[in-house]
Design a protein around this ligand. Structure first.
Ligand code: GDP
Length: 426
C-alpha cells in the first residue's frame, strides 16, 4: 500500500513530524521531489533534527529510506546529513539512491546565487540551494544522472560539453570565474565513489516491494501552493509538490497511491515572496511567529522569519483538492491557545466579487480576505490524547475547518513530538 504525505499549504506544515510518526508502520519511505532546499524538523527519542534531504523515516531501523529519481541529489550534502545523525547516536540508516536521480552540481548552487544577485530586489527568494538551475538543466537535457557517473568516457565528454555552455554564461552574463572541466570531472568521480554503495534501480525495487505488499510512504517537500503548475507561479519551487508526482518521482504506477494525507497547519505561514492573502503583520504576526512551530516560525534551512497569517480555507481546500487528499492532518493547533478570537479566511474578494475558488496568480494579487471569526479556547491543549477531551471551541475550530476543506481531518497534532497526536476515527 502506498500512502503519500504531502503539504496542503506553502510548506512547513509539519510533514516531517507526520512522516516520522507514520514511519512506525512503514517498510519504505521515499523522497520523490525537491532537494535539500527545505527542511523538516523532527523531534524523537534521539533528539531534535533538521533534515533536508533524507526521508523522515531514517530514525527507524526497520525502514528503508529512498532518494527517488525525482529528487535533486546533492551527494556531499547527503553524506554530511547521514553523518550528522549517526554522530548523534541514530543507527546507520538503510539508504537507497535511484540510479536515475540527477545530481546537484556545484555550479547549480553558484548559478542560483549569481542569478539572485543579478535580480536584486526582484529575486524569487530562492534558498540558493541550486534547485531552479538543477531542474532547468534536467529538462534542458544537460543534467547528470547518477548512472552516468559509471561510464568515465561518456562522463568526460559530457562534462566538457556542459562546461563550454556554462562558461559562456559565467564569463559574459555573470562576470564570474569559469568552471575548470578537469576539476569538475574529478569531483564527479569522488561523488561516484561516495554514492556507489547506495545506487539501486529504485523502480524495480519498489515494483518488487509492491508485489510483497509492503507499506510504502511517499514524503513530499513543500506544499501544493508551491507547485510549479498549480501554485502561486512564479513564486513556486521547481519540481512538482503534488502527490500525483510521487508516482513519477519514485517510479511506481499512479494507481498504487491509495491514500494521500494532506498536512495542513492550523494557521498560515510562508517563506519567501509571493501572494499570501490572509497574511498578518506587526505585533499580531510577531506574537504568532514567536509562539509558532517548535520555538518560533523561522526557516529550517535559512533561519529566515516566516511570514504569518490566519488559516486560509480557500487556499487549503484548493491545496487538498490538488493533492487529491483522502484525509487531513491538522498540525500545530496547540500554538493557537492564546488567542481570544480566531479569524478564518473563508473567501476572497476580487474586484468586488467574493469567491471560494483559488484563482491564478494575477487575480490572486487582487484578492482581499473575507474572514469568519471563531471564538478561541484560551487553554493549553498539549498532552491531550482524546478528541473529546479537547475544549469545545477547539473542536468547533477543527470541525469548521473540516467542513470548509471537504476532507476528513483524521489527525490533530498538538505538539512537535512524535507522540503528540490525536487520532480521530472518521
Ligand atoms: P515540514 O517541512 O512540513 O516537515 O515542516 P517543518 O518541520 O519545517 O515545520 C514544522 C515545525 O513545526 C517544526 O518546527 C516542527 O517541530 C513543528 N511542529 C510540527 N507539528 C507541531 C505541532 O503540532 N505543534 C507544535 N507546537 N509544533 C509542531
Amino acid at each position: 500500500m502506498v500512502k503519500a504525505i504531502v503539504g496542503a499549504n506553502w510548506g512547513d506544515e509539519g510533514k516531517g513530524k507526520i512522516t516520522d510518526m507514520l514511519g512506525q508502520e512503514a517498510d519504505i519511505i521515499v523522497r520523490y521531489q525537491g532537494g535539500s532546499n527545505a527542511g523538516h524538523t523532527i523531534i524523537n527519542k534521539y533528539g531534535k533534527f533538521a533534515l533536508h534531504l533524507l526521508p523522515s523515516g531514517v530514525f527507524y531501523d526497520h525502514t528503508t529510506s529512498i532518494i527517488g529519481n525525482g529528487v535533486a541529489l546533492n551527494i556531499p550534502y547527503l553524506f554530511q546529513e547521514i553523518k550528522s545523525i549517526v554522530d548523534r547516536g541514530v543507527p546507520a540508516p538503510k539508504i537507497l539512491v535511484s540510479d536515475r536521480a540527477q545530481i546537484m552540481m556545484p555550479y547549480h548552487i553558484l548559478f542560483d546565487q549569481y542569478e539572485e544577485e543579478r535580480l536584486g530586489g526582484k529575486s524569487f527568494g530562492s534558498t540558493k540551494s541550486g534547485i531552479a538551475p538543477f531542474y532547468s538543466d534536467k529538462y534542458a537535457k544537460i543534467g547528470f544522472q547518477v548512472s552516468e557517473l559509471f561510464d568515465e568516457e561518456v562522463l568526460k565528454e559530457k562534462v566538457n560539453h556542459v562546461c563550454e555552455m556554462k562558461n559562456i554564461l559565467l564569463e559574459h552574463m555573470y562576470h564570474k570565474p569559469k568552471i575548470d572541466s578537469v576539476e569538475l570531472f574529478n569531483t564527479l568521480l569522488k561523488y561516484r565513489d561516495m554514492v556507489k554503495p547506495y545506487v539501486c534501480d529504485v523502480a524495480a525495487y519498489l515494483h518488487q516491494a509492491l508485489q510483497e505488499d509492503k507499506n510504502i510512504l511517499l514524503e513530499g517537500q513543500l506544499g501544493a501552493l508551491k507547485d510549479p503548475d498549480f501554485g502561486i507561479y512564479p513564486m513556486v519551487t521547481s519540481s512538482s509538490t503534488l502527490a500525483s508526482y510521487g508516482a513519477i518521482g519514485a517510479g511506481i504506477p499512479a494507481y498504487e497511491i491509495k491514500k494521500v494525507v494532506a498536512v495542513a497547519k492550523a494557521y498560515s505561514s510562508a517563506v519567501g515572496a509571493g501572494e499570501f492573502v490572509s497574511e498578518i503583520f506587526g505585533e499580531e504576526a510577531d506574537e504568532l511567529r514567536k509562539r509558532g512551530g517548535d520555538g518560533g516560525e523561522f526557516g529550517a534551512t535559512t533561519g529566515r522569519p516566516r511570514r504569518m497569517g490566519w488559516f486560509d480555507a480557500v487556499a487549503t481546500r484548493y491545496g487538498c483538492r490538488m493533492q487529491g487528499a483522502t484525509e487531513v492532518a491538522l498540525t500545530v493547533l496547540d500554538v493557537l491557545g492564546y488567542l481570544k478570537e480566531l479569524p478564518i479566511c473563508v473567501g476572497y474578494e476580487i474586484d468586488g466579487v467574493i469567491t471560494k475558488d483559488f484563482p491564478t496568480t494575477v487575480k490572486l494579487a487582487k484578492a482581499k480576505p473575507v474572514y469568519e471569526i471563531l471564538p478561541g479556547w484560551m487553554e493549553e491543549i498539549r498532552g491531550i490524547t482524546k478528541y473529546e477531551e479537547l475544549p469545545k471551541n477547539c473542536r468547533k475550530y477543527i470541525e469548521f475547518i473540516e467542513k470548509e476543506l471537504e476532507v476528513p481531518i483524521t489527525m490533530i497534532s498538538n505538539g512537535p513530538g512524535r507522540e503528540e497526536i490525536i487520532f480521530r476515527n472518521k
